[in-house]
Design a protein. Structure first.
Length: 401
């Protein structure tokens, strides 16, 4: 079905999977790099789009190359606050009413910035944009809200940041696995404490980085800790690895949502010898996710860029997810690196699949329902009802039935 562009722009949208360090404005990256004497491959937007932030990538590793530049300009309070503020502004401009911004604070901690100072800077930027918009919005228009998801890394090297370098130096007799576990558990404890003792809107814990060779189970201590303290959990899984990675995320570390989940239906990507019937394993896993309403954070553009084997949008597993009636939402992943917006992701889904008005509404509203909204549940229900009413009003206004 064809939807009016004005309708897609107007409907209340959400983005539950967007990385702060992958979503800078290109002009801001160039400006900050110049001010901080950070060398870039090019000093023009056109040059960076040709050399770093491309339309397509050969692999996930090439896709991640650009983060080396963005993270380098995000090492002080002012830069972090500005980037968060601009990200919120960009979301507000396209009708996004709720965004959960995720990033790895340990990539920014240094002698100059503590964990709390890093988090405060990002929260301040998001809060400033929210308050500015909510003071001036229309009377019947939903307010803009946000949450922050703290991300741990599946693996790291000392070169990643000052924090990781210091950790490796102080614990010089610890093995790689021990260091990884130490870092994620420390981050889990810090996240819970900050949530409970400040107004910084920490809403969830995340795990990102290469899946292959770095299983989520290595971070079970950290996830057990946040789970025991009632913090919501999401995990990058099934992006570059198969169904077993998703299974581990939801059974070993209590994931409430799955980031990407692209390879959910790939029985050929099951490598464990103990799985005798791979097709049945996939069916059981998909049914389990559907029944438990574990929400999948789908990132179409990003997946097409990092997984050349998909080929065309029609081959994306979103079609199978829709057939299974999974709980899912459409997300950008990285607005800069993937050169996308939430509206673009919706349009891409509509282009590739026969998404009915009912399905589109379910996708949009389920994003709000399955968000990690920071307020008490009764308030969240009321908020979702207000969003739904506004959406239905727009359906009537644009003749969508």
């Amino acid at each position: 079905m064809n939807y009016p562009a004005a309708f897609l722009q107007a409907i209340p949208k959400n983005d539950l999977h967007v990385h702060l360090d992958g979503s800078l404005r290109l002009e801001t990256l160039i400006e900050l790099a110049r001010e901080q004497s950070v060398e870039l491959p090019s000093t023009t937007p056109e040059g960076l789009k040709e050399l770093v932030f491309k339309e397509s990538y050969a692999s996930l590793d090439e896709y991640l190359h650009g983060f080396a530049y963005t993270c380098r300009v995000m090492q002080d309070h002012e830069s972090l606050e500005r980037i968060a503020y601009e990200l919120a502004q960009d979301n507000i401009a396209e009708g996004v009413k709720y965004v959960e911004v995720r990033f790895a604070p340990q990539l920014h901690i240094s002698d100059r910035l503590s964990f709390e100072e890093v988090m405060r800077a990002v929260d301040s930027g998001l809060r400033k944009a929210r308050d500015e918009f909510n003071r001036t919005k229309g009377a019947d228009e939903p307010a803009f809200e946000y949450g922050i998801i703290v991300t741990a890394m599946r693996f790291f090297t000392p070169a990643f940041s000052s924090y990781y370098s210091d950790l490796a130096r102080v614990h010089k007799y610890a093995g790689e696995d021990e260091l990884i576990q130490m870092a994620s558990l420390e981050l889990a404890k810090a996240s819970v404490l900050l949530r409970d003792t400040s107004d910084i809107q920490v809403v969830a814990f995340d795990l990102a980085g290469s899946e292959y060779g770095y299983p989520a189970s290595a971070h079970q201590q950290a996830y057990d800790f946040v789970h025991e303290h009632f913090m919501k959990k999401t995990v990058h899984a099934g992006e570059a690895y198969g169904p077993e990675s998703i299974f581990q995320a939801i059974t070993k570390i209590h994931a409430d949502r799955i980031g990407h989940g692209l390879r959910l239906f790939r029985a050929d990507m099951i490598y464990s010898d103990h799985v005798k019937d791979r097709e049945q394993y996939v069916r059981d896993l998909a049914n389990f996710i559907a029944d438990k309403r574990v929400t999948v954070e789908v990132c179409l553009t990003s997946n097409l860029q990092t997984c050349p084997d998909i080929g065309a949008i029609e081959n994306h597993s979103l079609g199978q997810m829709l057939d299974m009636n999974l709980s899912l939402c459409l997300c950008t992943d990285n607005r800069l690196v993937s050169d996308t917006t939430v509206t673009n992701e919706i349009e891409l889904a509509i282009k590739g699949f026969d998404i009915t008005p009912k399905q589109l509404k379910n996708i949009m509203i389920y994003g709000f329902k399955r968000s990690f909204f920071y307020r008490p549940y009764p308030e969240k229900r009321q908020w979702v009802r207000e969003i739904t009413n506004y959406y239905e009003k727009l359906e009537e206004q644009f003749g969508i039935s």
